[in-house]
Design a protein around this ligand. Structure first.
Ligand code: GAP
Length: 440
């Protein structure tokens, strides 16, 4: 394995600044002083986040005939969370500092209050992380609802619906991408741990005897997904949980960890959940959640292998891994070396000047590219400054329309990483870009 790279000690601050300055991520409700640990995704961030989720969906659903998708409700009744075990066990140990009264998650502070340095705390108590709310206009027991703390349960509760509507048999999977909510005691590190976040989860149902093999398969497949999308493999590692650290449902869990500025930390968990969830929901709902294999005449409850990733956390990792500074023409530039599939804009069309004849051809070029690529169009400032602005947000290709274009009907394609430039006829531009970004 390659040596762990040394990170710029200011990396986190630089990426947070860039994210704010260039419209990736804003503090939520900022004009009212901000809402702690909640973030809004701006014009660039929403594209990057959509591309992360799209890349996941493509590899997990589109490119496979054994996995289908769903989109389940965020609000759920207590019965679901009683069956899943979340009402009872989805807790973190909460302590109060006896000196400054701040509240902390006991397992994250090593016995010392990060605020005042005191080592005196209350005894830990179990704090449930689910957001409780009320559905309908009448308050009371019957109206209690919860915001889902994971997307997984909506998949288990729909197991029978999916099985009876699509012609699948184990091994097969159900994938879902969407928001989850956890009342984290200490949200921290930008969008790494927030109270509202997005998950990308897939539950893969297998015959129990094959569970271990599929568990290993999914660990390997998920690790490769991050590498394929540009995270250097020395910034990733696998961490297998010790038996005593496993969640209440797990027979084995391995995390894909990323080298965040504070050290390796969880990016995604791959768990062998056994038959825990289907059995629990079958028991609590009274609906059979098993599978009858026609060929062997056997009825069994499938085991579940679950790769569970965070979309917002993955987006942060892609930003951190892509951020570079290098010297171009004697000047330091910051550049996001994002894979073209993730970049907020794949192409920027830049007329050399605001002259109407250049703008006319530029809009023509833009209309050729827009149906196929997410494009930016920028006429302000010098061309050098515009290249830097596009480098900084990770745009892989800048198309410059200059006065030559009016004669030769060709444009310059500039590569973000090499800064190399190629002259390409407008008539061949689309194919030229398709060739470089050939579908993977
Ligand atoms: N269904 C299993 C499950 O939810 P998890 O390890 O609790 O497992 C899966 O969550 C992934 O969701 C994590 O690896 C992480 O990427 C993301 N995640 C979890 N809590 C998060 C939070 N508070 N903020 C941002 N992402 C979070």
């Amino acid at each position: 394995m390659a040596a762990t790279p040394d990170l710029d000690p200011d990396l986190l601050e630089k990426v947070i600044n860039l994210a704010k300055r260039r419209g990736f991520i804003f503090q939520s409700a900022e004009i009212y002083g901000g809402f702690r640990s909640t973030y809004d995704y701006g014009p660039l961030g929403v594209n990057l986040l959509r591309n992360v989720k799209q890349a996941w969906w493509r590899s997990m659903v589109q490119m496979r005939s054994d996995i289908v998708g769903i989109d389940a409700a965020i609000l759920g009744p207590p019965a679901v969370w009683a069956a899943s075990g979340h009402l009872e066990t989805f807790t973190d140990p909460l302590v109060d500092c006896l000196k400054c009264k701040e509240r902390w998650r006991e397992d994250k502070i090593d016995g010392v209050c990060p605020n005042c340095g005191s080592t005196q705390f209350t005894a830990p108590r179990a704090f449930n992380l689910m957001f409780k709310t009320q559905a309908g206009p009448v308050e009371g027991e019957g109206s209690t609802a919860y915001l889902r703390p994971e997307t997984a349960q909506g998949i288990f509760t729909n197991f029978a619906n999916v099985l009876s509507t699509v012609r699948k048999k184990p091994p097969f999977g159900i994938a879902q991408v969407g928001k989850s909510f956890r009342n984290e005691i200490t949200p921290q590190n930008f969008v790494f741990r927030t109270r509202e976040f997005e998950q990308m989860e897939m539950e893969y149902f297998v015959p129990p005897a094959d569970a271990e093999e599929w568990y290993r398969y999914w660990i390997d497949t998920r690790l490769k997904w991050y590498i394929d999308l540009g995270i250097p493999d020395e910034m990733l590692q696998l961490h297998e949980h010790a038996k005593e650290d496993l969640s209440h449902y797990s027979k084995g869990t391995t995390d894909v960890e990323f080298l965040f500025p504070w050290g390796f930390d969880e990016l995604e968990g791959i768990a062998n959940r056994g038959d825990y969830d289907l059995n629990q929901h079958a028991k609590h709902s009274g609906v059979a959640l098993d599978y009858f294999d026609q060929s062997t005449k056997e009825r069994y409850t499938p085991y579940v292998i679950e790769p569970a990733a965070g979309a917002t956390r993955a987006m942060m990792a892609f930003l951190l891994a892509a951020y570079h500074e290098d010297i171009v023409e004697g000047e330091t530039r910051s550049v996001l070396r994002l894979d073209w599939r993730l970049a907020p804009y794949q192409v920027a069309v830049l007329p050399l000047s605001k002259k109407p004849e250049l703008e006319t051809v530029s809009t023509e070029v833009l209309s050729i590219l827009q149906p196929h690529f997410m494009c930016d169009y920028d006429v302000t400032q010098s061309i050098g400054k515009r290249y830097r602005r596009q480098d900084e947000v990770g745009t892989p290709f800048c198309i410059t329309v200059d006065f030559e274009t009016l004669n030769d009907r060709a444009v310059t394609v500039r590569d973000r990483d090499t800064t190399g430039q190629t002259r390409v006829p407008i008539a061949e531009l689309l194919h030229h870009l398709w060739n470089i970004t050939a579908p993977i």
